[in-house]
Design a protein around this ligand. Structure first.
Ligand code: SAH
Length: 355
């Protein structure tokens, strides 16, 4: 039987130390591996020049650093963004996006293949959920985008496919690897995890304090309208969500960041600002407005004038806001447009279809 090689990306320093010991090496060999893989971003054992030659041969036999192959090369886009469709080892596929100078070197990555939450405006929702990504697959997206775009990333946003807090443990494990200063070394303040607002997971986040910022997808100011867009609002209505967020702001001592898609005559009215001001009482907040990107939902994006007007009302109400530039529209790589039309690698499709 063929030996299944162990994938090293995704392992912590301690796990690599144990791995080295299991193979008759001293623990510090595991730390050397850690530094080669994460700090120096090397993907072949040949390049790990301070490891003994015999150990490198053994490593090659039993393990691999880990790679994601691309199913098709990204299209050229005018704004420089690139959308990658990556093949996972079980034949499923996932998308990640590189967004240069936005303002930093940014990767928008996925946390699940598909998504279970069914938000009406979001393309990924149409796929349904296939599975959670592993910590390794989450970290690999970052390292692959870096390698393929020949850059050092400064920012990572979990705004690709999936609901990150629905895959809490793997996302938090990945965050710890992404921010270890002896490893990949990203700054926790430049990583944003976006959530529909899974209240129990936000509570857990407050206890664990993972190294990243959280952003809440709000998108409407009444329960009725929010539930129309986001079924999750039935489980955690606004009253419950904001009660938790009030505590969240207090615990983190940071303003709460909200994402808010601008939908014509639906959530861009003056009364929405009044509602917001009520919800945000005693919650320092920052509103990130997003243009509605087309996904065939039948909803209409707010006009530029309506967005300007809305921003004016927010400012008058003392609510900080910015309009997020829409990047990646050309290659359907913008927020909410990630949808794998080919969710499987053809050679492995049958196994998945049966499952
Ligand atoms: N599940 C997470 C993260 C994924 S999406 C979440 O919902 O927050 C990242 C952001 O893109 C979210 O705020 C999401 O609501 C938004 N988005 C989804 N579909 C969109 C669309 N069609 N146009 C603009 N933004 C969209």
């Amino acid at each position: 039987m063929l030996l299944k090689k162990k994938i090293l990306i995704g392992l912590t320093r301690e796990e690599l130390e144990s791995f080295a010991r299991e193979h008759g090496q001293q623990a510090f060999r595991g730390r050397q591996l850690y530094s080669w893989i994460y700090q120096r971003r090397v993907s072949s054992f040949d390049e790990m020049t301070d490891l003994p030659a015999a150990w490198r041969v053994e490593l090659d036999r039993v393990s691999e650093v880990g790679r994601l192959e691309v199913a098709r090369p990204p299209h050229e886009t005018r704004d420089g963004s690139q959308k990658f469709l990556f093949d996972l080892s079980d034949g499923l596929r996932v998308e990640s996006v590189y967004l240069p100078e936005s303002p930093g070197e940014t990767a928008c990555i996925s946390s699940q293949v598909g998504c279970a939450l069914g938000c009406h405006f979001c393309a990924t929702a149409k796929m349904g959920l296939f599975r959670n990504l592993t910590g390794s697959e989450i970290v690999l997206q970052v390292l692959e985008v870096e390698r393929r775009c020949q850059t050092r990333l400064t920012n990572v946003v979990f705004m690709g496919m999936g609901e990150p807090l629905h895959n809490y443990e793997n996302v938090v494990a990945a965050l710890r690897l992404l921010t270890d200063e002896n490893g990949i070394g990203l700054s926790a303040r430049r990583i944003t995890v976006s959530t529909v607002g899974l209240v129990p997971a936000i509570e857990r986040w407050m206890d664990d304090n993972p190294p990243a910022k959280l952003a809440i997808s709000l998108h409407a100011t009444t329960d009725e309208r929010r539930a129309e867009l986001m079924p999750i609002n039935k489980a955690y209505p606004l009253e419950v969500l904001f009660k938790t967020l009030r505590r969240f702001a207090h615990v983190t001592r940071d303003p709460v960041t909200f994402e808010y898609i601008m939908i014509a005559d639906f959530n861009d009215r003056e009364e929405d600002v009044e509602n917001l001001a009520r919800w945000l009482k005693n919650i320092p907040a920052k509103m990130n407005l997003i243009r509605l990107h087309p996904t065939g939902s039948g909803l209409k994006p707010s006009s530029d004038e309506a967005i300007d007007r809305f921003m004016g009302w927010l400012t008058e109400a003392g609510i900080r806001c910015t309009l997020r530039e829409s990047r990646g529209l050309e290659d359907e790589a913008a927020c909410g447009m990630l949808f794998t039309q080919e969710p499987f690698k053809p050679s492995k499709a049958r196994a998945w279809e049966k499952a």
